[in-house]
Design a protein. Structure first.
Length: 218
């Protein structure tokens, strides 16, 4: 399949761009990139050339604009159902969609107080009781997925459902945040973060973030 273009923001700061980009990589499609630097006077106009919502990421393909990360996952899953964007079993697939949707709609305190900043190092910054509650929910969710689904698969690469999926893409920016803000994690959660961050696609994204010239004051 050809003719895909993904519009993204800065790799260092745009957590939603990371999610959509990683989903495209998991799907195994070839795609061009348009990078729109964020937080500039021209940003909104540049994004709205491609995205009706004025937000990134947006996947362009065959005359369509798909502008939400979860919608991108579903669209690519329909095009490439065997790529592994969602788990094969119906139970695991339903659970994966639920935890992905929870990330999409929730954890506002964590996202507000610990914005993604891959190049940054802010130990201890942003920890509040509400952020701690988000962290406990997230790591508990990871633990539950691993115990209930990953351990029951024939192939366990260390991801939430064994092999990397859209659910892992949704939590990939959280793993970067935990490193940036030096969040103390239990051994299982720390191992999962390491698994995410050392995946070749994630390593590529992080390398790109470190080489970007743009800086945003958070």
């Amino acid at each position: 399949m050809a003719g895909f273009t993904l519009v993204i923001g800065n790799r260092n700061y745009s957590s939603w761009s990371l999610r959509g980009w990683l989903m495209a990589r998991i799907a195994g499609i070839a795609f061009d990139e348009i990078v729109v630097p964020l937080d500039r006077p021209e940003t909104q106009a540049a994004i709205r050339q491609h995205s009706p919502s004025g937000r990134v990421p947006v996947l362009l393909h065959d005359g369509l604009a798909i502008w939400e990360s979860l919608a991108i996952a579903e669209y690519l899953h329909e095009l490439r159902p065997n790529a592994g964007l969602w788990p094969a079993s119906i139970a695991a697939r339903a659970h994966a969609r639920a935890v992905a949707a929870e990330m999409h709609a929730g954890f506002v305190e964590l996202r507000s107080h610990m914005p993604m900043d891959i190049r940054g190092s802010h130990p201890g910054k942003g920890i509040t009781p509400d952020v701690r509650a988000d962290i406990e929910r997230i790591t508990g969710l990871w633990r539950d997925c691993r115990q209930r689904f990953a351990n029951a698969t024939s192939r366990d690469d260390g991801f939430l459902f064994g092999t990397i999926s859209a659910a892992d893409a949704m939590y990939a920016p959280v793993a970067t945040r935990f490193r940036t803000y030096d969040v103390k994690l239990d051994a299982d959660a720390d191992a999962y973060c390491t698994t995410l961050l050392t995946h070749p696609a994630m390593a590529e994204w992080v390398d790109g973030a470190r080489r970007e010239p743009w800086t945003i004051v958070l």
